[in-house]
Design a protein around this ligand. Structure first.
Ligand SMILES: [Zn+2]
Length: 337
């Protein structure tokens, strides 16, 4: 065997190792994936949806307490805000929201941004989003919004921890991941709208938005089943739905329900959460959702009603999909309108 051949086979061996290590069968993925745990989701959700947060209405003191908890969580994990910002907070000015709102006036509020920089294509960004605001209090009753969208909020936090775990093992994401906790969703998707109007990273380099809004419960139609609604994944890219399905097949094999992708569906859910502001800008999205259940926008949307095992499985699906989006060779295509 000559030297050149030896050197070449060494290179081949190295690169095949790299491929294996980022696959769903590799240790890095498995360790990160299994770090997403129902008891950790539960611990965080009991704080986010505690009465002390007063229903997290946009711009309220209760919402600020929730923001502080989320930021401290990232600090403890050693996950920073984007270097382009001086803190985790992107202020969404009252003036911006008042202009868009037909009712009431707002105080300033803020989106929260945490960031893990990609190792190979740092300029390409995968967004994982969830809104951390809810509807506040009415007549002294706190609307805790445990599912809406406490469940998405804690899922994003837990997914961030999983990516950090991979970083520690030397397998951080090749593309960058932005963990985006938006405000003002309940009043009109204000935080996500503000973000796409004032993006921290160029939108043309923003590869996809995986948006999580309510993933901790089930609806009457799917009671007791391992399922999740996935909405909009086929709208802009012929890659994204396939990637999500492959991620699901390799992980928890949830029943993926595409009912709300029907353009004739009267609920029009594709237009009703934060991913839509990204889709409007031509960025492929997938929206993960559990359905409209009996406690939706009621004061009874409480943390004791969450199915934490199912919440973990759905968060793991989002993580597995993001993993592939971040680490695959080619950026997903935008080939539909
Ligand atoms: Zn919501």
């Amino acid at each position: 065997m000559n030297k050149i051949f030896t050197a070449l086979s060494f290179v081949a061996l190295l690169s095949s190792c790299a491929t294996v290590n980022y696959s769903y069968e590799g240790k890095a993925f498995k360790d990160a994936y299994s770090s997403i745990k129902s008891d950790e989701l539960k611990k965080n959700l009991y704080v986010i949806a505690d009465d002390n947060m007063e229903g997290r209405d946009t711009g309220s003191e209760g919402q600020k307490r929730a923001a502080e908890y989320i930021i401290n969580y990232y600090k403890n994990l050693n996950i920073s805000h984007p270097a382009e910002m001086s803190s985790y907070l992107q202020t969404v000015p009252a003036e911006y929201m008042n202009k868009k709102s037909r009712r009431g006036t707002f105080n300033d509020s803020a989106n929260i941004l945490a960031f893990i920089k990609g190792s190979e294509k740092p300029e390409e960004i995968i967004v994982i989003s969830a809104h951390y605001d809810h509807v506040g209090m009415k007549d002294g009753v706190v609307y805790n919004g445990a599912d809406d969208d406490g469940s998405g909020t804690v899922a994003v936090m837990e997914i961030a921890e999983a990516f950090k775990q991979a970083v520690k093992e030397g397998h951080g994401p090749k593309r960058s991941i932005l963990f985006l906790h938006v405000t003002g969703e309940e009043h009109g998707l204000f935080g996500s709208s503000y973000y796409v109007d004032n993006p921290v990273f160029p939108l043309q380099n923003t590869v996809a938005d995986l948006n999580i809004d309510m993933i901790g419960r089930d609806d009457a139609e799917n009671r007791g089943q391992n399922y999740v609604y996935v909405i909009g994944s086929e709208m802009l890219s012929s890659d994204l739905k396939k990637i999500n399905e492959a991620a699901n097949a390799k992980t928890n094999q949830l029943k993926l329900n595409y009912k709300y992708d029907d353009p004739k569906d009267p609920q029009r859910l594709y237009y009703r959460s934060d991913h839509y502001n990204f889709a409007k800008k031509g960025i492929p999205v997938a929206f993960y959702f559990d359905g409209i259940h009996e406690d939706y926008h009621k004061p009874t949307d409480d943390p004791d009603k969450i199915d934490y095992v199912l919440l973990a499985k759905r968060a793991q699906l989002v993580f597995a999909t993001a993993w592939e989006l971040a680490n695959r060779k080619d950026r997903i295509v935008v080939d539909k309108k």
